[in-house]
Design a binder for this molecule. Structure first.
Ligand code: CA
Ligand code: CA
Length: 149
């Protein structure tokens, strides 16, 4: 009998829901749209793959071009942040490094949900002054955690 590896090896449904709530909270502070994608396979090049997922999720379709993807390969314990052009125009390269470091520190201690929630919260904090919430702010991209196999 072959065992299938699923996301439940790392995060419970309740924990995934907590990450979603963290995204909702972060998006109350900013018009930027944050998504989290978890890959449960080991990918060779994290940033290449993250860019692919960014496209696949249609994250370049926001009005202000301020979509931000937190991409995580859980088994590889590697993560990257991919942003649309509107965000990249406002932050220097490598801007998200310390957030990723915090995330991976949590991961090392087995705190997957804690790490993801903390990273999302920090993203919201950083994005708030750059893209303050608009009066007619829409939820342009789903807050649901995206899971790849
Ligand atoms: Ca929004
Ligand atoms: Ca959203």
């Amino acid at each position: 009998m072959s065992e299938r590896i699923g996301i439940e090896q790392w995060l419970t449904a309740e924990e995934l829901h907590r990450v979603r709530q963290a995204i909702e909270r972060a998006e109350q502070r900013t018009s930027a749209e944050i998504r989290v994608h978890l890959d449960i396979t080991i990918v060779e090049d994290v940033l290449d793959h993250a860019a692919l997922v960014f496209d696949r999720l249609g994250m370049d379709r926001t009005k202000q071009r301020n979509g931000v993807l937190l991409y995580v390969s859980i088994p590889a314990r590697r993560a990257g942040v991919i942003c649309d052009v509107g965000v990249n125009a406002k932050v220097p390269k490598g801007y998200w490094k310390s957030i990723l470091r915090t995330l991976l520190n949590h991961f090392r201690q087995g705190g997957y949900a804690q790490g993801l929630c903390a990273a999302v919260e920090r993203l919201g904090e950083e994005l708030a002054p750059l893209f303050p919430p608009a009066d007619d702010d829409d939820d342009e991209l789903s807050n649901q955690v995206s899971i790849g196999t």
